[in-house]
Design a binder for this molecule. Structure first.
Ligand code: DON
Length: 338
């Protein structure tokens, strides 16, 4: 779509175009075929119910900014969105508070540490570092408009549903499993409180955050949500605007720097796109101006990122010419399997 607010300037939000429909379709299928045999990584078990996930599930979906959908494998199997919710709650809160306030309140820099690090807060004088790790995500959820936690939850639920273009459902089993075991997130919220960095009851914020992580999505949903960010904030399937183009730009910058936690640098080096992972095995990637990619495969690397999701996305980034630092499509890295 055309997207500019500079007077006299009309240009597309990014460079280049995707290959033709059939070529994208066959490359999406190939991203699955090439990586389906990989058994590397392990299913998350620190949230007890996640340990029951079927490790063989593997789905990939690409949604183009014109609304075209390419699916392969288990792209319609649902799982809890987990940390990928952080990207969309951040976008919703950015819409309210704007660029400068969000940089000040939540930060944008990588911690270089695990997603649930406590020491990252201490090392930064009690300030959260960025909204894609738990401390910054809790601070962001606390900023969500709403007079009470249930109003905040309603706004998050309807906002993430607008990104997906359908009414997303809360997975009560996942929510309860995490709610009774999330002592670490409660500690992080209390620590933020001690530094005056969380403006609401910390345990109520953790509860809303746990609910946002428990929304059920599929790889197809993630691709549509990503395509909405790729399309400057307009959901290409429903045609409805969800957030502004400025908010998409800020969200994608934060994802590029922080979306895969302490492996974000390696991800940007290999894949060259903003992305966000979740411990259920979901992986969202955005090619600005072109497409959203959703992948799902529950086995994770040590940082909590889906192994086959990364492999399939790396392959697509290369062969579809999506890497924002590359001037043309390039060959897959056979030695790494993608
Ligand atoms: O806060 C947690 O621990 C989970 N609800 C989400 C963590 C997560 O998805 C980290 N991702 N890779």
């Amino acid at each position: 779509m055309v997207n500019s607010n500079v007077e006299g300037v009309e240009q597309s939000v990014s460079t280049g175009t995707l290959p033709g429909w059939e070529q994208v379709d066959s490359l999406v299928a190939a991203s699955h075929d090439r990586n389906r045999g990989c058994k590397d990584g392990a299913v998350a078990d620190y949230i007890p119910v996640l340990a029951q996930a079927d490790p063989e599930l593997f789905g990939v979906c690409v949604v183009e900014v014109d609304g075209g959908v390419h699916v392969t494998g288990d792209a319609d199997v649902e799982f809890s969105i987990q940390s990928i919710s952080k990207a969309f709650v951040y976008a919703l809160v950015c819409e309210e508070f704007g660029h400068a306030a969000m940089a000040d309140l939540v930060g944008v820099n990588n911690t270089g540490l695990a997603f649930n690090s406590v020491i990252a807060i201490e090392l930064n004088d009690g300030h959260p570092m960025n909204p894609m790790v738990n401390a910054g995500a809790l601070a962001t959820t606390a900023l969500m408009p709403g007079s009470a936690p249930d109003k905040q939850w309603d706004a998050i639920h309807s906002g993430l549903s607008a990104f997906a273009g359908r009414d997303l459902v809360l997975d009560e089993v996942v929510y309860r499993s995490e709610a009774v075991t999330n002592t670490r997130n409660r500690a992080i919220a209390r620590l933020l409180e001690s530094y005056g960095r969380i403006g609401r009851d910390p345990l109520e914020v953790v509860d809303v955050y746990t609910k946002q992580c428990s929304l059920r999505v599929s790889a197809r949903d993630l691709a549509i949500m990503g395509a909405t960010l790729a399309d400057g904030g307009v959901n290409p399937v429903t045609g409805k605007r969800v957030v502004s183009a400025e908010v998409c730009r800020d969200t994608l910058a934060v994802l590029a720097a922080n979306g895969l936690y302490e492996r974000s640098g390696e991800w940007l080096f290999e894949i060259g796109l903003p992305g966000k992972s979740g411990v259920s095995g979901g992986l969202l990637t955005v090619s600005p101006g072109k497409a959203g990619i959703g992948a799902f495969s529950p086995r994770l690397d040590p940082a909590g990122n889906s192994v086959r999701g990364q492999q399939a996305t790396a392959y697509l980034s290369r062969v579809l010419g999506l890497n924002i630092f590359a001037s043309q499509a390039y060959a897959p890295n056979e030695s790494r399997g993608y």
